[in-house]
Structures are given as structure tokens and as C-alpha cells.
Write a protein that binds this ligand. Structure first.
Ligand code: ADP
Length: 378
């Protein structure tokens, strides 16, 4: 539903103008009615006196009679004029009050509908009337409704994605268990291993989801301290070196000797770097190369993880940090990826005053992720 709002200047200015208008109209009505009535009334009352006593009144008596008539006329004219002025002022006041309370009532109704869950509700603000406080209030209500609508849409999206992600491992587990119950599948060590893998995938997904909600709500406690960049790279690489070698990927590391320490939570910084390295490992087919380079970038230290892997197309850049986004859904699921690793990593990097950037020349051209973290002020 669209509500019209028709106010131009500021509300304070409008109140001032309306009061002035009411006073002016009141005074004008008073003067007009007085001037219109007084001469006729005066003449009508004076004439009989002059006709009855044309020459018998002394000057003093005549002036007293005229003064009496004048005062009577003035009082009568003013009384009628005051009634007319009051009526017109009242009519204008009601009109002005309606112009202000009307939109307020409409906004109240709109807010009630929004709070009842109708997030698509918007208040229409005519462009020429959008500058006053009522227009601003309407814009704020619209912005609030838009945020609520977006949050609600995201909430539904997340529920949809989580349901979708849970369905696959649950269906696999169910299939295996049914097969085992019916005796169609042999209870071999391989079967148990498959069941274990699927259960592990479910647990990882639930852990990731919990981590994601905490990271996005900025509820992950960070213990910031100055840490040498070399130490972070070493801690992230050590547990993965064997897997790189096993996959046949060449690992190159460029970390200069002299680098300022970064102000980070070391565990969280290592977690981000591990995520970038695991992705490079996942999305780079052998024979390939993964390079880790650290350098200074203004007041930050940049950790660049580049690979010669599958690459990312320009249209995928915008989505790469979105929750549950996977370029190749079936393949990443097979790799065990849930599509929320980078979302968590970006949230963590931002919470520590840094960020993650992505670059790629296109599909099949490899990609490069740069994590920037703030230098510790010495
Ligand atoms: P996942 O757990 O699926 O890897 P991420 O959030 O870590 O989720 O990554 C999101 C998506 O970004 C991945 O599914 C993949 O398509 C893409 N991606 C991440 N890192 C790389 C990389 N180094 N090379 C190519 N694609 C990548």
C-alpha cells in the first residue's frame, strides 16, 4: 500500500507559517467584517436621532449621543467580526492539524502493518515534499522495513541452504543404513568407513554453521597481540605440507626476513590462512603450484595465497564470500566443502581490522586470495 505525504519545508517552519496564517486570516476577517458592518450600523442608528431632534440638541448632548451610537456600533460590529474571525481561524486550524496528523496516522498504520510482518509495506514520499521531518520519518520507516525484509529473506535463504546441505549426508547415511538392515549392503570395513565419512561431513557442517553464526554476530572472542607474520605462515603451512606433497603440488613460500608484526588473534589468523591454503589445495589439480607471499601494504601486512588451479570467473567474484556459495556445487561437496569457509574467514579478518581480496584471470587461470592484517603499532 502507498501512503501520500505532502509536506514541503521543515515541520517547524510549517508550524510557524500556519500560526502566522491563522493570525493573519483572523485579523483580516476582523477588519473586513468591522469595516463592512460599522458604517451601515452607525448610519442606521444615528439617522433616527438626527431626524427626531434636528435643532433641539445642544452640541454637548449631540456629541454624547453620537459617542453612544459610535460605541454601540463598534461593539456590535466587533462582536460579529470576532465570531467570524474565530470561525475562519478554527477552520484553518483544523485544516492544518489534519495535514499533520493525517500522514502521522498513515505512518502509524504502516508501522503496525510492518510490525505484523508485512515487510514489503512502504510509505510513498512525494519528491517535492520529502524534505521535512515527516518525510524523514517516512524514509526511516521505509529503510527499517527494507532492512527487515532483507533480513527475513536472508533468514529464509539460510534455512533453505542449511536444509539442502543437511539433506545430502542424511540421505546417504539413510541409504547405507537401510541397505545394511535389508542385507543388501555388506557390513564391511569400507561401509563403516563411508558411514563415518558422512557422519563427519554432518558434524563439520554443524560446526561450520555454529562458527559462522558466531563470526557474523561478532561473538568470537579475539585476543589481539603482536605476532610475527612468519610465525602465522609457518603454523598454517606445517600441518598441510604433507598433503601438498601427496597431491603433487609444488609449494613456494616468500616471506621477507624483516616484517613488522601484525596485531591479531594468532589462532584466528592461522585459521584464515589455513582456509585459504586448504582451498588452494582443493581447487588446484596436480601438477600445479601454490605460492604463499607476504609483503607490506601501507599500514597492513598482506598474505597472498595464489595457485595455478581452476580459477574463478569475474561474475563469481561478487559471490565468493557469500554463505553457501560454491562455484561447482557437486565438486566442492565431494571435496567436503560447505561453501561457508570463506564467509567465516572474511568475517574473522574484518573483526581483526583486515580483509580478504580475491583475484583471478578467469576459469582455468588460477586464483589468488590476499589476506590483509593490520600492523601492530610499535
Ligand atoms: P568451500 O568450503 O566450498 O571451499 P569456501 O567458502 O571456502 O567454501 O569457498 C567458496 C567457493 O569459492 C568454493 O566452493 C570454490 O568454488 C571457490 N574457491 C575458493 N577458493 C578457491 C580457489 N583457490 N580456487 C578456485 N576456487 C576457489
Amino acid at each position: 500500500m502507498r501512503w501520500p505525504i505532502s509536506f514541503k519545508a521543515s515541520l517547524g517552519g510549517k508550524f510557524l507559517l500556519s500560526y502566522l496564517l491563522i493570525v493573519l486570516v483572523g485579523v483580516a476577517t476582523l477588519l473586513l467584517v468591522t469595516f463592512a458592518l460599522a458604517p451601515t450600523l452607525f448610519q442606521a442608528q444615528l439617522m433616527p436621532i438626527l431626524q427626531t431632534h434636528p435643532n433641539t440638541l445642544t452640541t454637548t448632548q449631540a456629541s454624547q449621543r453620537i459617542l453612544g451610537v459610535f460605541l454601540g456600533t463598534l461593539f456590535a460590529a466587533l462582536a460579529v467580526a470576532a465570531i467570524a474571525a474565530t470561525v475562519t481561524s478554527l477552520a484553518i486550524s483544523i485544516f492544518v492539524a489534519r495535514r499533520i496528523t493525517g500522514p502521522l496516522q498513515q505512518m502509524t498504520q504502516a508501522s503496525e502493518r510492518i510490525s505484523a510482518g508485512h515487510y514489503a509495506e512502504r510509505i510513498e514520499i512525494a519528491t517535492v515534499h520529502a524534505t521535512d521531518e515527516l518525510g524523514q520519518l517516512a524514509s526511516s520507516i521505509n529503510a527499517l522495513a527494507m532492512t527487515l525484509e532483507l533480513t527475513e529473506r536472508r533468514r529464509l535463504e539460510v534455512i533453505g541452504n542449511v536444509t539442502h546441505e543437511l539433506r545430502t549426508p542424511i540421505a546417504t547415511l539413510e541409504g547405507y543404513l537401510e541397505g545394511l538392515l535389508d542385507g543388501v549392503i555388506e557390513p564391511t570395513p569400507r561401509t563403516w568407513a563411508m558411514l563415518h565419512t558422512e557422519a563427519g561431513r554432518l558434524r563439520r557442517l554443524v560446526d561450520d554453521l555454529q562458527e559462522l553464526s558466531r563470526a557474523e554476530a561478532r561473538q568470537i572472542p579475539l585476543s589481539l597481540q603482536p605476532v610475527a607474520p612468519q610465525r602465522l605462515v609457518q603454523s598454517a603451512l606445517e600441518p598441510l605440507e604433507e598433503q601438498f606433497a601427496e597431491k603433487g603440488l609444488q609449494l613456494q613460500i616468500h616471506v621477507p626476513e624483516v616484517l613488522s608484526p601484525v596485531m591479531v588473534d594468532p589462532n584466528r589468523a592461522v585459521q584464515i590462512l589455513t582456509n585459504l591454503l586448504v582451498n588452494a589445495l582443493r581447487y588446484t589439480p596436480a601438477p600445479g603450484r601454490v605460492e604463499v607471499a607476504v609483503s607490506r601494504e601501507k599500514t597492513k601486512v598482506a598474505f597472498r595465497v595464489s595457485d595455478t588451479g581452476v580459477g574463478i570467473s569475474p561474475e563469481q567474484f561478487a559471490h565468493i564470500f557469500e554463505r553457501f556459495y560454491r562455484v561447482d556445487k557437486s565438486r566442492s561437496r565431494a571435496f567436503g566443502g560447505s561453501g561457508i569457509g570463506l564467509t567465516i574467514a572474511q568475517s574473522l579478518a574484518q573483526a581483526m581490522g583486515g580483509e580478504i581480496r580475491v583475484e583471478s584471470a578467469g576459469l582455468g587461470q588460477g586464483s589468488s586470495f590476499t589476506l590483509t592484517l593490520p600492523q601492530a603499532h610499535m
